[in-house]
Ligand binder design. Structure first.
Ligand code: PBG
Ligand code: ZN
Length: 334
């Protein structure tokens, strides 16, 4: 009895912080595991708070350098850019997704110049730029015209590449867009200069609400259930990832994060050769923030626990609005 007890004590391996680190060697959080999403507004000088996301702002192009400088100094390695049009006109095909006045197109050369070591990804979608707010071009009956949509989405991805994007990340979930984008990039000479991060496994989630508020991209009618995945379907999740791998994606993503840890693990196990991203989405950010503000949880403790869960589930990189806070947490730790 005593011999068995002596052999199976777990406490002997965790009484010191360094011992505890050794017990979780593959779930470390470092600056390399973070990507910071940024909303860039067409209002050049704007710094507008988003009510449902405390601490997150829409930045005009003239505010970007000042905002990013301290984060880069703390080790920030990559960002994900979202355009927000508050003044530019929206139309059926999302013409302003890649017009010369698009805020992302305008910000790219500036960011590349000011932050030469920062890796810059751009979300590619039509919903912030279409008058109906859907992620593709529609038929007259309101359904998605898939062929026209992926051609347009590929065109937008190539425009971002030309403006300086190093990663394009299509979030539309339409059929065949990875292939269309890869073809477009190759034809434009970007095969070896631009990576495609596929929002491969993106569920139709109630957790995108604050984002749609931030980017003013909510659909004007209906929902996105005919193109984003049904939350119960790990079968479609597996097929979506396999399909995007087959079409040439460089990196895969699961989105949202916390409710889909099992899908992360399944995706990593099926495609261990591909870097796996997870998007901790706007609703996850809002829940944690409001829970902490109301005294229910300690923000930093719970955030750390959730980040570890994502790393344990197989995520290599976490896209999170908490990045500035996490950079501070890392600095305090070191
Ligand atoms: C647009 C897009 C969405 C998000 C990223 N790109 C919203 C949606 O699909 O409705 C969600 C991100 C978040 O909630 O933080 N296609
Ligand atoms: Zn969209």
């Amino acid at each position: 009895m005593t011999a068995v007890l002596a052999k199976h004590t777990l406490h002997s391996g965790i009484f010191h912080p360094v011992l505890r680190e050794w017990q979780s060697p593959n779930v470390e959080i470092t600056v390399n595991n973070l990507m910071y999403p940024i909303f860039i507004s067409d209002a050049e000088n704007a710094k507008e708070p988003i009510n449902s996301m405390p601490g997150v702002y829409r930045y005009g192009i003239n505010q970007l350098e000042k905002m990013l400088q301290p984060l880069v100094a703390k080790g920030l390695k990559s960002v994900l850019l979202f355009g927000v049009t508050q003044y530019l006109e929206k139309d059926e095909i999302g013409s302003n997704a890649d017009s010369a006045r698009n805020p992302v197109i305008q910000a790219l050369p500036l960011l590349r110049e000011k932050f030469p070591n920062l890796l810059i990804a751009c979300d590619v979608c039509l919903c912030p730029y279409t008058n109906h707010g859907h992620c593709g071009i529609l038929n007259s009956d309101g359904s998605i015209n898939n062929a026209n949509s992926i051609q347009r989405i590929a065109e937008v991805a190539v425009s971002y590449a030309k403006a300086g994007a190093q990663i394009v990340a299509p979030s539309d979930m339409l059929d065949g867009r990875i292939g269309a984008i890869k073809l477009g990039l190759a034809a434009a000479g970007f095969s070896n200069k631009v990576a495609v991060l596929s929002y491969a496994v993106k569920f139709a989630s109630g957790l995108y609400g604050p984002f749609r508020d931030a980017s003013q991209s909510a659909p004007k009618f209906g929902d996105r259930k005919c193109y984003q995945l049904p939350p119960g379907s790990n079968g479609l999740a597996a097929r979506a990832a396999a399909r995007d791998v087959n079409e040439g994606a460089d990196m895969l993503m699961v989105k949202p994060g916390l409710p889909y840890l099992d899908v992360m693990r399944q995706t990593k196990d099926a495609h261990p050769e591909y870097p796996l991203f997870v998007y901790q989405v706007s609703g996850e950010y809002a829940m944690l923030h409001h829970g902490a503000q109301n005294g229910a949880i300690n923000l930093e403790n719970v955030l750390n626990e959730i980040l570890l869960s994502m790393r344990r589930a197989g995520a290599d990189c976490i896209i999170t609005y908490f990045t500035p806070l996490i950079l501070d947490m890392l600095q305090r730790k070191s």
